[in-house]
Design a protein around this ligand. Structure first.
Ligand code: AHR
Length: 325
């Protein structure tokens, strides 16, 4: 017999502030069949993806869809918000109206979620925050977060530049303004290399806008000799702009990026990028484990940090070819 939904949800909300959550201790087991679903029912998950702006996002969506499957006990409703917060808020409200068992979402920017998060909290539906962060006044607005540490990524990029090009004249291509990765990567890179930054502009995490921003930067800062790009796609747009301006990316202008999708690593092998920090998008398997644990009333961590590495030009073509995304 499944623990009544309302009872389960009250227990979840109360425990959300703890570093480790034990729902079993609060409300008992749901009597599930071992795959996390109650009495063999599928777990109904509403997932609001923020968009399809980058190679990273495409890989992340594929990972989520490959893991949140009926075979894994999940009935997934997946909605792409096309990088618009209003679309995400609408999807979240729909999930509440549909009385989902679990809501997961990756917020396009950090702020503006208070009202809808309060509505979800009042409904008692547990929330998994995926990839990006929120800045909200709602207490215990989500049960758990899974994603990379975006500050550490900025730090890794900054430390590499400090060690290899301490006198670099840097232009920073920022992600979507107000998003968690933009804020944290900028802050933590800036803590190390802030004095060397000539200018910054957003490329909204897309290749096309990265190229446009880079074209303008080449005019405004003719002395720039290093680009720090908050993702591979904008870095690839920068490569196009630099080549069109008659300069050699990776030589005349060094390029440091974040993500490590295959196109980014190919640019590293080709000598057009100089250093790439990983932001691993393939965590659908960990996400499905969290969903099942929540419904089963098992202990879950408040935070699951996806581990990232980094790559320099010593990477081989074979390693790039073997990359899954
Ligand atoms: O939130 C992760 C970031 O979002 C990735 O670095 C970027 O490529 C994506 O758009």
């Amino acid at each position: 017999m499944q623990t009544p939904k309302i009872m389960r949800r009250t227990a979840m909300a109360a425990a959300a502030a703890l570093a480790m959550v034990s729902l079993a201790a609060c409300g008992g087991s749901d009597g599930g069949d071992g795959d996390g679903s109650a009495d063999g029912d599928l777990i109904r998950v509403g997932y609001s993806q923020l968009g399809a702006e980058s190679g990273w996002r495409t890989a992340n969506t594929e990972s989520v869809k490959a893991s949140l499957t009926e075979e894994n006990g999940i009935d997934l409703t997946f909605v792409d918000a096309q990088q618009k917060q209003e679309n995400q808020i609408k999807a979240l409200r729909d999930f509440v109206a549909q009385d989902m068992d679990v809501i997961a979402f990756s917020p396009v920017i950090e702020t503006g979620w208070d009202e809808v998060l309060q509505e979800i909290k009042d409904s008692g539906i547990p929330v998994i925050l995926v990839d990006r962060s929120v800045d909200t006044t709602v207490e215990d607005a989500y049960l758990t977060h899974i994603g990379s540490d975006m500050c550490i990524e900025g730090t890794m990029a900054g430390e590499w530049v400090q060690e290899n090009y301490p006198d670099a004249k840097i232009f920073e291509l920022q992600g979507t303004m107000g998003s968690g990765p933009q804020i944290d990567r900028q802050r933590c890179f800036g803590d190390i290399m802030g004095d060397n930054i000539l200018g910054q502009a957003s490329g909204n995490f897309t290749r096309a806008e990265g190229k446009t921003a880079m074209e303008a930067a080449l005019q405004t800062y003719p002395d720039l000799d290093l680009v720090f790009s908050h993702n591979d796609d904008m870095g690839l747009g920068a490569v196009e702009a630099i080549e069109a301006a008659g300069k050699v990316p990776g030589e005349d202008i060094k390029i440091v990026t974040i993500d490590a999708v295959r196109d980014g690593l190919q640019a590293l092998v080709d000598g057009k990028f100089n250093f790439v920090v990983e932001c691993n998008p393939v965590f659908g398997d960990q996400l499905v484990d969290l969903v099942k644990a929540i419904v089963a009333g098992d202990e879950i961590p408040a935070e699951t940090v996806v581990i990232d590495g980094s790559f320099d030009q010593s990477i081989t073509q074979e390693e790039v070819d073997a990359r899954l995304y």
